[in-house]
Design a protein around this ligand. Structure first.
Ligand code: ATP
Ligand code: MG
Length: 761
């Protein structure tokens, strides 16, 4: 038996071998949290305290989940395929597929990614004659998602004024339309599962009895609904509840803008009656100068639980800082430095280039491309979001679920087949009148429009019939042909790339089939089902079958692949396996580590980002993001900024980031002479001297202040009903200005500034 425990320090060992009670491991970056979590799973299984089926582990990305499975297989001689290790979304999808009937969903329900969701909302507004100037689709999307993230259905949202009542009404319409089409958005995956388990006692008790150990990585970034979900799944508070093992770092909480709530850490301690709170303080990742920089930077934040990190690794190289005259020069400098590193023997995959916003990658990519250095971009446009892929996927979605109106509209006339706007209007009217899907409404449309539409339906149904017994990759191949997508792109100027991507989709389907075990010899999706096939009576006298047993029968390879397309980043597989440099946003670098890291674009407005720069809590979140970025590096860290930068078609002149001023001078090595801008006399006080310069400049650039002396982001306000709050965002201007205001225990509200009775405080 492999000794799993010999590579741990005493605190890590204590954490790994804790008794089966809820525990919180609170520790800084690179202190081995993820290692502890993985080792604990292996140890629990190895010592027979739990079977692989009894473990539920939640990670932040699919990539992290895969990594965890790989590490587990290396530690234990078990088949990890089918273990319940994944993201919240992935795990919920799995539960909902298996129990779709109890959840009130069609077997082939489909997932809307955020792009799909936005077009869905636009269509909904149009169909209901709603003015999208008054109710911008993005505002409605934000409203719906944040309500769902808090676990609230439309009926439960407190609508306190006319505008909000309208939003609530639209939320309700939206849900009804999703239900009709058999589609769910990301937040819905969680909310649906939560509701299902809340009301279905036998099902809940079944999973509570099954998952004896629940482990959560990156716990600081859970939102309210995820936390409630965990509570339910774990049966928190009951004596038979699961042991929840949460690891996290409050200094790395970087998703508040999406509703993540660090407060969950203290709630967890209380509500799960945590007996064991362990801190890890030894950092195993970074050299001294890098770690000192991270520690000193984050010390500028006020709201911290407080912990420290030390390393035995020695100082190592100083952190190199470079001021470039332009973003192009910055990119060229990065490439020269990277070439040196590669010459020194570093694999390209150990070099990461991080940036705050995706838009920054273009210039860097261009330089890498010109220098002939292989690279891989994460989290840019997802493979599955490319237009041609979306089109092919829409055909497949329709074959799987004819009532998906989004998919229907995407391809009904693409490639063109003479179905114009007028015909579609007729069809939409018919669908409205009969309260049915567009597909079901086709027979109600007569004339030429009717026959063109009928021909389209025949195409879809024909494709469905023809491919029903074929393996998934062949199915995809045939659909690409039958839809005439390929012939269409052959006539386009830039069609070659698109055709190549369509071919990639067939490869992606093959890879999916072999990885997920839909092949002939491979066990079903979730491993040996017989071991834990459980039959239970639910309230209606129906039989409940555990998801592991139910899934292979309810989830076709096509449905599974379509979920995968919505939930996975779908990095282009052509680049996989090649030794390539890694480009990504700081957000997507969370949890990862590299020998060398470049953090680029360290400029005011960019990093810290313009949207956060005006309120202290925003700056603190940006600082945590910077802390995450710095702590990705093992041996080498490079920081760069530029005097000018082209972004979104405009040249910007930014000041260098305040974060550079916050780093310890003795750990830095300036490669360019450090010029003191006039407003930086000395470190922080310089900011105090000239806040107006920075603030005004940012405001002018980004139009963040609605009116010179009216409202601004960061302004404290008092409301007669919600009490005191802080403005966190302003949209629109003049009489159309609205603000997102954080009212603490009343949550986030969107108020019309010209109407709401607000007072400045
Ligand atoms: P983050 O907060 O960035 O997610 P983390 O706390 O999860 O970091 P890990 O990724 O688990 O940290 O560990 C950081 C690095 O340190 C990894 O390369 C890991 O293998 C290594 N490491 C952790 N513990 C030890 C140890 N006891 N001995 C040697 N190396 C270790
Ligand atoms: Mg980690």
């Amino acid at each position: 038996m492999q000794n799993l425990l010999h590579n741990l320090n005493p605190e890590q060992l204590a954490a790994v071998t804790l008794p089966a009670q809820s525990a919180l491991i609170l520790a800084g970056a690179g202190s081995g949290k993820t290692r502890v979590l993985t080792t604990r799973i292996a140890w629990l299984i190895q010592t027979g305290q739990v079977s692989p089926q009894g473990v539920l582990a939640v990670t932040f990305t699919n990539k992290a989940a895969k990594e965890l499975l790989t590490r587990l297989s290396a530690m234990l001689p078990i088949n990890t395929r089918g273990m319940w290790i994944g993201t919240f979304h992935g795990l919920c999808n799995r539960l909902l597929r298996a129990h779709h009937r109890d959840a009130g969903l069609p077997q082939t329900f489909q997932i809307l990614d955020s792009g799909d969701q936005l077009s869905f909302i636009k269509r909904l507004l149009k169909a209901n004659n709603i003015d999208d100037e008054k109710f911008p689709p993005k505002t409605l999307m934000y409203f719906i998602n944040s309500a769902k993230d808090q676990g609230l259905r439309a009926a439960q949202v407190d609508a306190y004024d006319e505008f909000n009542r309208k939003l609530v009404g639209l939320y309700d319409l939206y849900d009804a339309q999703c239900q009709r089409e058999g589609v769910v958005d990301f937040a819905e995956l969680l909310l649906r599962t939560y509701e299902l388990l809340s009301r279905n006692q036998p099902l809940r008790e079944h999973y509570q009895a099954r998952f004896k150990h629940i482990l959560v990585d990156e716990f600081q970034d859970t939102n309210d609904l995820q936390y409630k979900w965990l509570k339910l799944m774990a049966g928190a508070g009951s004596s038979r509840g699961a042991a929840v093992f949460a690891v996290g770092d409050d200094d790395q909480s970087i998703y508040a803008f999406r509703g993540a709530n660090v407060g969950n850490m203290s709630a967890f301690e209380r509500e799960f009656e945590v007996q064991n709170l362990i801190k890890l303080e030894q950092n195993y990742r970074s050299h001294g100068h890098i770690l000192d920089s991270a520690n000193i930077l984050i010390a500028n934040n006020s709201k911290r639980l407080g912990k420290n990190l030390r390393t035995d690794a020695g100082h190592g190289e100083p952190v190199r800082v470079m001021e470039a005259s332009s973003d192009i020069q910055e990119a060229n400098w990065i490439i020269e430095e990277a070439k040196n590193l590669i010459r020194e023997g570093l694999p390209r995959s150990e070099i990461a280039i991080l940036y705050r916003s995706n838009a920054q990658s273009r210039v860097i990519e261009h330089a890498l491309f010109s220098a002939n250095i292989p690279y891989r971009v994460y989290g840019g446009q997802r493979f599955f979001e490319r237009a041609e892929i979306k089109h092919a996927i829409a055909y497949l979605q329709l074959m799987d679920n004819l009532h998906n109106d989004s998919a229907f509209l995407r391809v009904v006339n693409f490639p063109t087949r003479g179905i114009g706007a007028r015909s579609l209007e007729q069809l939409q009217d018919a669908a409205k009148q009969h309260a049915c899907s567009l597909y079901a409404a086709v027979p109600y449309v007569g004339g030429k429009a009717g026959s063109s539409l009928a021909a389209f339906i025949k195409l879809i149904e024909g494709a469905r019939f023809e491919t029903q017994y074929l393996p998934l990759p062949e199915m995809v191949q045939i659909v690409i042909e039958l839809s005439t997508l390929k012939t269409h792109y052959q006539t386009e100027k830039e069609g070659a790339d698109r055709i190549e991507n369509l071919d990639q989709l067939v490869n992606a389907a093959s890879l999916f089939v072999s990885e997920e075990g839909f092949g002939k010899d491979a066990p079903a999706l979730t491993g040996p089902a017989s071991a834990n096939t459980v039959l239970l009576e639910n309230g209606d006298g129906n039989v409940i079958i555990d998801a592991d047993a139910a899934l292979p029968t309810v989830m076709s390879p096509l449905s599974a692949f379509l979920s995968h397309a919505s939930l996975e980043a779908g990095d282009n597989q052509a680049q996989a396996g090649q030794d390539a440099m890694q480009l990504m946003t700081v957000h997507s670098a969370k949890g990862l580590e590299f020998d060398a890291v470049f953090i680029t674009g360290l400029e005011e407005g960019l990093f810290p980002h313009e949207n956060s720069a005006q309120e202290e809590s925003g700056v603190e979140e940006e600082r945590r993001l910077m802390y995450v970025a710095i702590t990705r590096a093992r041996q080498r860290l490079y920081l760069s900024f530029s005097q000018t930068r082209m972004l979104h078609g405009q040249t910007r002149y930014n000041m260098r980031s305040r974060f550079l001023e916050e780093l310890p001078e003795e750990s830095l090595k300036w490669l360019s002479p450090k010029i003191q801008p006039q407003w930086f006399g000395n470190k922080k006080s310089a900011w105090d001297d000239a806040p107006a310069v920075g603030a005004n400049r940012i405001a002018q650039n980004f139009n963040q202040v609605a009116d010179a002396n009216a409202w601004r982001i960061g302004q404290g306000v008092a409301h007669p009903k919600f009490g005191e709050g802080v403005i966190v965002n302003i949209e629109g201007s003049g009489t159309n200005a609205r603000a997102h205001i954080n009212f603490g225990k009343f949550g986030m509200k969107l108020l019309d500034l010209s109407i709401a009775k607000l007072e400045k405080i």
